[in-house]
Every structure is written in C-alpha cells, then in structure tokens.
Design a protein around this ligand. Structure first.
Ligand SMILES: [Fe+2]
Length: 149
C-alpha cells in the first residue's frame, strides 16, 4: 500500500483547493488576492504532502503495533521535515496575511463564501502547525527508534 496521504486529509486539501480556484476567477481585488494565495499554496502544498502528510499515512499501522516496510523512508522524511518546517511555517504566515485580505475583499464584494473559506484555511493551517507537522516528526522519530537507529 505504501506511504500515502490519508484520504481524509487529501479530500480536505482538495476541497480547499477547489474553493480557492473558484476565488481566483473572481474579478478585482478579490480574485487578485486569491491568485496570490494560490501562488504560495502550490509549492507549499507539495512540500506539505511530501514531508508532513505522507508520513501520517503510517500512523494507523504504527498505532496497531505493526512495523511497516517504510520505516527507513519515514525516518528520513521526518528529518527533512524538520529542515523544511521553518519555511513551511513562514509560508503559513504569508498565507495568513493574504487570507485576512481575502476575507475583507470578500466582505466588500458581498461574497461571504470566501470569508468562510479564509476562516477555514486559517484554522486548517493552525491544525497543521499544532498537530499534523509535530505528529509527522514524532512518527519519524518513532520509526528511527523501532529501527534501532
Ligand atoms: Fe499548510
């Protein structure tokens, strides 16, 4: 089965992506802000899926006490995540700034769905920083322990 982003997280990301894509087609400042967020998001999400979300795909197996074949790979990814994390958190800061602007532009444009999108994305980023990134690091450390590295 391999190490894959858990389906629940993947579909959450896809929903955000789809809503943001709709926003990029809006006229004026709203669309412009959405496009600037989309630009930051494309590289950010690639890094995020590779270094943070794929390791989470092993979490259930590890919790069941299994020893997945990808222990060495996940231990390496978690080390890479620790290096990438400052940049990923800085991207969250840039995205959050732009999301505040998106929310106020959406309010001016009378598009409450994009105010809600901005709020969802801000909560999402907090969950990533508070829970998902640290969980991925811990998975990597645990994998290294299991391997006896
Ligand atoms: Fe993120």
């Amino acid at each position: 089965m391999g190490m894959q982003v858990p389906v629940s997280l993947k579909s959450g990301h896809e929903a955000i992506h789809a809503a943001l894509k709709r926003a990029t087609g809006e006229p004026g400042a709203l669309g412009e802000t959405a496009r600037s967020i989309a630009r930051i998001m494309s590289g950010h999400m690639m890094r995020e899926e590779k270094f943070a979300l794929r390791p989470l795909g092993l979490l259930k197996a590890l919790a069941r006490g299994e020893t997945p074949a990808e222990l060495a790979e996940v231990a390496k990814l978690a080390q890479a995540l620790r290096l990438e994390m400052p940049q990923m958190i800085d991207e969250h800061r840039q995205i959050a700034e732009a999301l505040h602007l998106l929310a106020s532009n959406a309010e001016v444009a009378g598009k409450p769905e994009y105010v809600a999108l901005a709020e969802d994305m801000l909560v999402h980023a907090h969950i990533e920083e508070d829970v998902l990134y640290p969980a991925a690091v811990v998975i990597g450390k645990y994998a290294a322990l299991l391997r006896g590295d």
